[in-house]
Design a protein around this ligand. Structure first.
Ligand SMILES: [Fe+2]
Length: 260
């Protein structure tokens, strides 16, 4: 049995801080930890410093998303097999969209995939998964589906039910209360939620998004400071399928302690 922790989108400095403090404490309970680092550097993308912080805190693999190319040093970083960029990008894209790890004698393939509904162009994620799953020796497959629409996330999970161990959504930053194991053994949660500032609008200081909606003009967004939350999903995987899925939530109190 493989105990896997997936941590949702690490957002800016507050996200990095709560991750650095909490992940080492969670580490002994898991065989493998995947962290989505898509918003780790200033809310957009990942740089070397953030990658080193996330892996240093205990992540075995780091996934990305639509902001994968925001920082220049990402191309060099993608040589590291622990860093997984979206799978459904044009042939010749640097890095890898899936990587197979050996975890205490078990093969675990971690996949990062982009949705297409209300997102920038990407190749068909359903067909990209068909192509990937035609390859041999993937072992247990974990999919981080970085997508906006709940319908697209659910459709992919049902499409892959029984063929992968888990499909967990990221990108919308709000944890959904629909953790479940589908009939053929695939664990699914529409969104893992994010790891970042608690008193924010999906990470940003509320003022920016509010002004944007009220004035209908572009407005600068900044990372909200203050206490942070960490959201993720705990999974138990066996024989390429899921046997347990459970949400994980941690919140810094005013004094830095856990509120729940
Ligand atoms: Fe995203």
């Amino acid at each position: 049995m493989l105990r896997l922790l997936f941590v949702g989108d690490v957002y800016g400095k507050p996200g990095r801080r709560v991750l650095a403090a909490q992940l080492p404490l969670l580490r002994p309970d898991f065989d493998f930890i995947v962290v989505n680092g898509e918003n780790a550097a200033g809310g957009y993308g990942l740089n070397r410093e953030s990658f080193d912080l996330i892996t240093g805190a205990g992540a075995d693999a780091v996934t990305l998303g639509n902001h994968a190319w925001h920082h220049k040093d990402i191309t060099a970083l993608l040589n590291d097999p622990r860093l997984i960029r979206p799978l459904n990008l044009p042939p010749g894209t640097p890095g890898r969209g899936a990587h197979t790890f050996e975890v205490s004698g078990v093969r675990l393939t971690v996949v990062n995939l982009l949705g297409r509904v209300f997102m920038d162009a990407a190749h068909n994620p359903f067909l990209a998964m068909d192509e990937l799953l035609a390859q041999p020796d993937l072992g247990t497959v974990f999919v981080d589906f970085h997508a906006e629409a709940t319908s697209e996330k659910a459709a992919l999970a049902w499409y892959l039910d029984g063929r992968v161990a888990a499909v967990i959504g990221t990108h919308t930053h709000v944890a959904t209360a629909d953790s479940r194991i589908l009939p053929n053994g695939t664990a699914f949660q529409t969104d893992a939620g994010f790891t970042g500032p608690l008193h924010s609008i999906i990470g940003a200081d509320p003022d920016g998004p509010i002004q944007k909606f009220v004035t209908e003009r572009p407005h600068r967004f900044s990372v909200k400071d203050g206490p942070a939350e960490l959201n993720g999903v705990k999974l138990e995987l066996e024989g390429g399928q899921a046997v347990r899925i459970e949400r994980y939530h941690y919140e810094e109190g005013g004094d830095g302690s856990a509120a729940s």
